[in-house]
Design a protein around this ligand. Structure first.
Ligand SMILES: [Zn+2]
Length: 415
């Protein structure tokens, strides 16, 4: 049992996580899309808890909710901590909200301990990170970072309702108020986020929390393998131009490249086989390849190797293989100074520090456009996330809040 040192109330954190889980449009898991009855109910609870922790609360033009805990110097740059309040469909209870609830808990604990920081502290609950409703991620953090655009307002959900209309629906009369959400680099000291790991590393290392070194960049391709269809009973195997066998060679090679370049990850997540009949040799295969790594150079070398191998496979099997790059996301490196503070806070509790690369995108990624960022990951059971069985222990959430507490104190105090 790890003893908590700063009177963080982990029971209160878990009770609030449960309460927010009740703000859902589905009975299985949590479904909380932005600008809905459920999200407004969640924001109402968050507002109540922020006020109870001594914060003044406001909403910005894109409906991000922000609580402010004043510092000794009200004009000093703001330390922003938070995460997102939206979820995927039938999600778990912890993804996103953990960062908001631990942020509020830190403020409550500062207040209970009579600590006033030099810098103002603001806790933010972003309106939309997952991008489920409007098919675009990080909407809330982009508005604050100043990268949300007027075109984004015209993004529509599956019922044809645009973001502008959805904002009007919850009482934001002028959707162009999103511009007021923007913060300048001078206004901000840094952005800090606690998030569940959404992977199995901390569990494997038997650690409650870890520090994030950065968020991996991602390159996505679609590919097409063109062979020659034919009768499955009459064409001898040795002379076939089977597109699926080419895909099979390629996918095995991709796995080997990833294993040789850890922690790079590569995934062929989608494959279609045409004509797709049991008695016809596959003449065409289309698929997707997603490659992620924090190290841009290593990622590019892996991509080059895969493309070279595809030429070799194409030649030896009499196929045509075409790759088309469809997405490129630059990696984000967490701030070295903040990483050090988080490492100190972790080592005070659990000795050795586990450092992780985030393979998933987070609000910190969007916030990196406007200020320095850092993240603390909290262990989740079986590495499972975006699923109703997502689980974090109360004790681990308490440790996450404590590490955040001690990092915040060091960051926002001059001494
Ligand atoms: Zn999340």
């Amino acid at each position: 049992m790890i003893k908590l040192q700063y009177n963080v109330d982990s029971k209160r954190i878990s009770t609030r996580i449960e309460q927010l889980a009740g703000c859902s449009s589905t009975s299985v898991g949590v479904t909380r899309l932005p600008f809905t009855v459920e999200s407004l109910e969640a924001e109402r609870l968050v507002e109540e808890w922020m006020k109870a922790a001594g914060m003044t609360v406001r909403k910005d033009g894109l409906n991000n909710i922000i609580g402010r805990y004043e510092g000794k110097n009200p004009t000093a740059s703001v330390l922003l901590i938070g995460s997102h309040l939206d979820s995927v469909i039938e999600a778990g209870k912890f993804d996103g909200v953990l960062g908001v609830i631990t942020g509020i808990e830190v403020v409550q604990t500062l207040r209970d301990n009579g600590v006033i920081l030099d810098n103002p502290l603001e806790v933010v609950g972003f309106c939309d990170e997952e991008g489920v409703r409007f098919h675009s991620t990080f909407l809330g953090s982009k508005a604050i970072a100043g990268t949300f655009t007027a075109e984004d307002l015209e993004r529509a959900d599956e019922n044809g309702i645009t973001i502008a209309e959805a904002l009007k629906g919850i009482g934001i009369v002028n959707p162009y108020d999103y511009k007021n959400a923007r913060r300048t680099p001078e206004e901000l000291l840094a952005y800090l986020e606690v998030h569940i790991e959404q992977g199995p590393v901390l569990e494997k290392e038997n650690k409650p929390v870890g520090v994030v070194s950065g968020i991996a960049g991602a390159t996505r391709f679609s590919f097409e393998i063109i062979g020659k269809p034919g009768h499955a009973g009459t064409v001898p195997v040795a002379i076939r131009q089977d597109a699926l066998l080419g895909a099979s060679d390629l996918i095995s090679y991709i796995e080997n490249i990833a294993l040789e370049n850890k922690p790079l990850v590569a995934t062929v997540g989608k494959l279609t086989v045409s004509p797709g009949a049991s008695n016809v040799i596959p003449g065409l295969v289309t698929g997707t390849l997603d490659i992620r790594d924090l190290n841009v150079e290593r990622k590019q070398k892996a991509i080059d190797a895969i493309l070279a191998e595809s030429h070799r496979i194409a030649e030896s099997r009499g196929l045509q293989i075409k790759f088309d790059q469809v997405m490129e996301v630059e990696p984000v490196y967490c701030n070295e100074g903040m990483i050090k503070l988080i490492e100190e806070a972790i080592s005070e509790r659990s000795g050795s520090v586990v450092s992780l690369v985030s393979g998933a995108g987070h609000d910190a990624m969007a916030m990196a456009d406007v200020t320095k960022v850092a993240m603390i990951f909290v262990r989740c059971k079986d590495g499972l996330s975006h699923h109703p069985d997502e689980f974090v222990t109360e004790e681990d959430m308490g440790v996450g809040a404590e590490v955040l507490y001690s990092t915040v104190i060091k960051l926002a105090s001059k001494q």
